[in-house]
Design a protein around this ligand. Structure first.
Ligand SMILES: [Zn+2]
Length: 510
């Protein structure tokens, strides 16, 4: 089941008179700002492709910046795992084109701004312009991509803003097995709808010759024979005539007897990404050869120089999944306000999404953080609660990964003070990680003498044999801890005083 423009399914519940009104599902239309520019770009790209100027058939790597919106308090945000799912989907959809996308800077941009999230059009000149990555294809993910320009009360699921050169998409449609973003990327690379000119109203009248000009009144109607294909419809000749026949059509086989202006029956391609047919199997959607040539010409045009400024990171596929190490399955931590998570590294992964929640579907009140290493300290869990957690590896190119198996643990009721005594100027350890050596040097510089309880805690927050009272004089103190009896792992060195606590993560990796 293809999820392309699924809001159309709702139309089936509406009376026919309402259906007859145009419901615009993609916001890139003939009345979009800058539409003539888009058409000129496409025609230019088609000429370049036809002249053989474009030669590249090596894989083209396109940096993409996902801007994930949320309200000021962070609520409403699409999970980063869904963004990875979308990147995976894009790369599957574009694999046969030799175009692949990667996360610019290896990162995802999170924007907590209620206006942007709920009414993005009002932030075009502020948040959106300020956050735009000038070296990547920009995709803004918001609560609704609707604008005032949707032409008659329809629902805009996504659109490509031509003059501002960015894509806006409703968060619901960012997911696996959904063609919405791939369709918009077609627009980004200058393509028009296969039914270009019929966005205003589709033509599904049977047995009556279609008018010679499309419903939007600007484009000649493409003939079934293709005789005017270069100057009509989408200006592309290997996509057959389409009068927006997909809108509201169920199934993947269009059978109405729709006639072109000279009475010949048209046969639109239901599987083209730039059509509005939605019921075809996911893997059958495609771009035509000429569409692909136009997109590659667009990528190679001066207009797209900015996509080629940064070096492309090495492509590394990830085949493994991680394994949760700690907190271990079924254990209870001592403190709840400082829990250290650790997991096994996965070959090829540069980052991990760590997810923690009180239910195993991670949909109640999840904590999600992106971590570049294989451990993280989390300070915002509740006391005496059962929690589930998992991690998902990824790198800038490769997001088609799966999460580790979920394990669960319980938080304790102890509190670790996480404020620092204000008279301590520095607290450091070396070497870290501790490798061939078994001794750890501890350095502390203080403006005021104090007595502290020094503890080395294991990853579950439990004390080890290293536990002592320590006097700190004014100025720099240095002393040595012998770790030779401890197994490898992540530890927390803690100095607790009456005025607060100092902590340092220590990695033992001999
Ligand atoms: Zn579109």
């Amino acid at each position: 089941m293809r999820y392309l423009f699924t809001c159309l399914l709702l139309l089936g519940l509406l009376p026919l008179s309402v259906q007859a009104q145009a419901i615009h599902t993609c916001g890139t239309t003939p009345w979009s700002e800058g539409f003539e520019l888009q058409k000129d770009r496409l025609l230019h790209n088609l000429r370049q492709a036809a002249s053989g100027t474009v030669v590249a058939r090596n894989t083209t790597y396109v940096p993409v910046k996902f801007h994930v919106g949320a309200r000021n308090d962070g609520s409403g945000r699409l999970s980063a795992t869904r963004v990875l799912d979308q990147l995976c989907e894009l790369n599957e959809d574009f694999a046969s084109l030799d175009i692949q996308f990667f996360l610019a800077d290896g990162s995802i941009n999170f924007i907590n701004n209620t206006t942007f999230y709920e009414n993005h059009i009002n932030t075009q000149n502020s948040v959106m312009t300020a956050q735009r990555d000038s070296r990547a294809m920009n995709v803004y993910i918001v609560e609704s991509a609707n604008t005032d320009n949707n032409g008659g009360g329809g629902i805009t699921l996504a659109y490509y803003n031509i003059p501002r050169d960015w894509i806006v998409i409703t968060k619901t449609y960012v997911r696996r097995n959904d063609a919405t973003l791939s369709h918009e990327v077609g627009h980004f690379f200058s393509l028009l709808h296969t039914f270009n000119g019929w966005e205003c109203e589709s033509y599904n009248t049977q047995g009556v010759n279609a008018p010679v000009t499309s419903s939007c009144g600007q484009v000649p109607t493409e003939r079934a024979s293709g005789s005017n294909c270069a100057t009509a419809g989408d200006f592309i000749c290997d996509t057959p005539a389409d009068y927006n026949n997909g809108i509201g059509w169920n199934g993947c086989n269009f059978t109405l007897n729709v006639l072109d202006p000279v009475g010949e029956q048209i046969n639109p391609d239901e599987r083209n990404y730039l059509s509005y047919f939605l019921d075809c199997p996911d893997e059958e959607y495609f771009f035509s050869d000429q569409q692909i040539s136009a997109m590659q010409a667009d990528y190679n045009s001066n207009r797209r120089n900015y996509l080629r400024l940064d070096p492309v990171p090495d492509y590394v596929e990830i085949t493994g999944t991680s394994t949760n190490i700690s907190p271990e399955q079924g254990t209870t931590t001592d403190a709840y306000n400082y829990v250290v998570f650790e997991w096994e590294a996965v070959a090829g992964a540069t980052s991990y999404i760590l997810e923690i929640d009180r239910i195993s579907s991670f949909s109640l009140d999840p904590v999600r953080v992106i971590v570049s290493g294989t451990s993280a300290e989390i300070e915002d869990l509740q006391a005496d609660r059962n929690y589930f957690w998992r991690v998902r590896p990824f790198n800038a190119h490769f997001a088609c990964t799966t999460s580790s198996s979920i394990t669960n643990f319980r938080t304790g009721e102890d509190v670790v003070s996480t404020s620092t005594p204000n008279y301590v100027e520095s607290f450091t350890v070396a070497p870290n990680p501790v490798q061939s050596q078994s001794e750890l040097q501890v350095f502390l510089n203080t403006e005021q003498a104090f007595t502290g309880q020094l503890d080395l805690l294991d990853i579950n927050g439990r004390p080890t044999a290293i536990r002592q009272q320590q006097q700190f004089a004014v100025g720099q103190s240095q002393f040595t801890l012998n770790l030779s009896d401890l197994p490898n792992g992540i530890y927390l060195l803690r100095v607790q005083s009456a005025d607060g606590v100092l902590t340092q993560k220590v990695i033992l990796a001999r």
